[in-house]
Structures are given as structure tokens and as C-alpha cells.
Design a protein around this ligand. Structure first.
Ligand code: S3P
Length: 166
């Protein structure tokens, strides 16, 4: 079976949905950020702070080079994985690319008080919208797209399963 690759802006529910989806399909779940954190024994926010974003992006591509060789897995990707076409081309070899999205207002609500996302510190709905607008064309390079506003994890998972089966 092909991998199910979850992409999308930060806080669109990729990890929570990914775990639920993997459990429902009885397949393994992997997460590119967790993979990097384990490899470097460092939290993402500390990698950004101490090594910079460019170093993080290199680590991300190395993670994708490994994870894209898997099969029959749910792969949850950090929100910036799509920015490098090379990453998405690799993931597409063995995978169906699913994009989860939500409104800037909804993202803002979900990340309030969260200190773990370096790109969303001291942010605002307008700044989130601006970053989303810039990234829109990258997220659109997918096979299935799902709006997650007002949907539970269970509902998003079931939608993915039904769309994949069609
Ligand atoms: C990022 C998203 C984060 C993490 C890093 C950068 C991005 O993952 O990889 O903070 O550039 O969108 P989540 O999408 O899981 O928050």
C-alpha cells in the first residue's frame, strides 16, 4: 500500500489526524519533526534557535529522504516540507499527498499560548494569513485537500479514508 502523506500549514491537525488515521488503518505512523528531534536529540524550537532555519531545512530534507522510502505508513510532515519541491517529489514516489487546511482565524485560535512553533511566536491573524498566502501554491500541489475548520479529528480521518477509497 502507498503511504498517506499529510501536509499542511502549522496546526492544521496533521499529527493528531495522522495518529488516528494510522490506528484506524492499522499501519505505522511517522512524523518528520519527531524523526528530526530524535536524530538530533533536540526540540525543533531549539534547533531553530541554536542552528537556524536553514540548518533545520537541511535536516528536514534528510528526514524526508529516509521516510519517503517507507511504504504502508502515514507520514505526517512539518508544515514547511512542501516548500522544497525535491521533498514533495520524493514523497510522491510512494505516497498519496493529502493537504489539511484551516482558516487563519482558526490557526490563530489553535496556537494561542503555544511556544513550540518558532515561526508563529508573537504572531497575529494577519501575519498567519500572509504566510498562508505565500505558501498556498505549495500546499495546492497535492492529491487530496481537506478543510479542517469545525471538524473533529475523527471526522477528518474518516474523510481522508473515504476520499482515498474513491
Ligand atoms: C514549520 C512547521 C512545524 C515545524 C517547524 C517549521 C513550518 O511543524 O516543522 O516549526 O515551516 O511550517 P508543524 O507543521 O507540525 O507545526
Amino acid at each position: 500500500m502507498k503511504n498517506i502523506v499529510l501536509t499542511g500549514f502549522m496546526a492544521t491537525g496533521k499529527s493528531s489526524v495522522g495518529k488516528d488515521l494510522a490506528a484506524k488503518l492499522n499501519i505505522s505512523f511517522v512524523d518528520s519533526d519527531e524523526f528530526i528531534e530524535k536524530k538530533l536529540n533536540k526540540k525543533i524550537k531549539d534547533i531553530f534557535k541554536e542552528n537556524g532555519e536553514q540548518y533545520f531545512r537541511q535536516q528536514e530534507t534528510e528526514a524526508i529522504e529516509e521516510l519517503s522510502n517507507l511504504t504502508s505508513c502515514v507520514i505526517s510532515c512539518g508544515g514547511g516540507v512542501v516548500l522544497n519541491k525535491y521533498n514533495i517529489d520524493l514523497l510522491r514516489k510512494n505516497g498519496i499527498i493529502v493537504n489539511l487546511y484551516a482558516s487563519a482565524q482558526e490557526i490563530y485560535k489553535r496556537i494561542a499560548n503555544n511556544k513550540d512553533r518558532p515561526l508563529l511566536q508573537n504572531t497575529s491573524i494577519d501575519k498567519i494569513q500572509e504566510l498562508m498566502n505565500y505558501r498556498k501554491k505549495f500546499y495546492e500541489n497535492c492529491d487530496i485537500s481537506i478543510k479542517t475548520d469545525n471538524l473533529s479529528i475523527d471526522q477528518v480521518t474518516n474523510l481522508i479514508i473515504s476520499k482515498i477509497q474513491n
